[in-house]
Ligand binder design. Sequence first.
Ligand code: GLA
Length: 442
Amino acid sequence: MKKLSIIALVASVMVMSACGPEDPGLKDAYKNYFKIGVAVTPRNVTDSLQKAVILKEFNSITAENCMKPGEIHPQPGVWNFAQADAIANFCRENGIKMRGHCLVWHSQFANWMFNKYDENGNQVVERDENGDTIWVEQPARGGFGGFGGFGGFGGFGGPRPQGAPQGAPQAGQRPQGQRPQGQGQRAQAPAPQMTKVPKYAKATKEEFYDSLRAHIQVVVNRYKDVVYCWDVVNEAMSDANNPDAPYEQSFRQSTAYQLCGDEFILKAFQFAHEADPNATLFYNDYSAWTPAKRTYIYNMVKKLQAEGAPITGIGMQGHYNIYDNPTIEDFEKAIQMYLELVDDIQITEFDVRINHEAGGQLQFSRGEGQVLTDTIAELQKKKYEELFTVIRKYKKNFSCVTFWNLGDRDSWLGANNFPLLFDGNYQRKEVYYTVRDFKKKK
Ligand code: GLA
């Protein structure tokens, strides 16, 4: 009898392990830690293989581009909901929650908000003392008319159709988030043809806030049933690599900053909180581990929280490399600093490329000719392992770790930077197992 019950026990254990979680997804491996997220395009959620990978592995989703203001609200009164709805509906159908990304950013922004409009919705033109239109010269933009307000106000990249000529980037400005066309390095643009356009009047700070508040109300309300947190402000801090920079110099000189100072951050958080009091509201930035930027972020968040900004989370984007970015000590130090201010931290845009570039630098290569040798693959595993070890240590305060794109072929960095856990065919790479099977180690 005793012998029989031992045999039965062994048999049932064998069956249980055959039916059990032999091959967990990332989200299962981390279920007692934090959510594992992924940034997707609408294509990722319609292709059957990619869909299956998402459903198996992830339990948080970010729309890579289509919820950004310049994409979803490119002109006053013009809304492009289709792509964001497709992703949100996929999440609704499958019971997955989303990170909302993003409400204010210097890039891919609804730059029309910086222009002045009359009561009929027409842009206001500046006039001289005789009432005549004032004209200014600006580079002709082939086939890109629409709202003339792109020139003359800080010039940060606004909603830019694919293939439209790119204006000269400002120091520290990111690539447009959209995959660069062809090579990552920007080609020297030929001297632009000039054209005369009316000088358009600029919005006052209050007018900008009115537009921003209305935008935030619409977007946050539309997706609040499925979005659990928002990147309210993205990348507002400067790339000046000086931890001792005075407070004013710690900000990116964006159009919003030039118009409003740091108050635009406070307002954006207040508007988002008003629209969804239940969402966690993140400040999100790249290089958030460096001594300079973590100091800028720390000082800004502390000051604005004291002024009433409901900043409840800090997003460290990621965009790391296999070498020196980030250093693990600095990465952990940044987490400790942020935990003095918020309870919730996320890695929001995780990727680890195989060359020496990283973060938000303007010039980056798409890795043409790079090969994932065994040595490089080992370095990448080591980096992912070191970073995840620290993140797991702070699991109480990490609510999610999001990979920036599904497979290497989707990456904004190009497939030859091999930055992700899935290859160009959405198959698990060896580094996938380093991240998933952390319990088996040691
Ligand atoms: C930034 C943005 C993201 C994305 C990446 C590049 O980090 O926050 O939305 O555009 O750049 O793809």
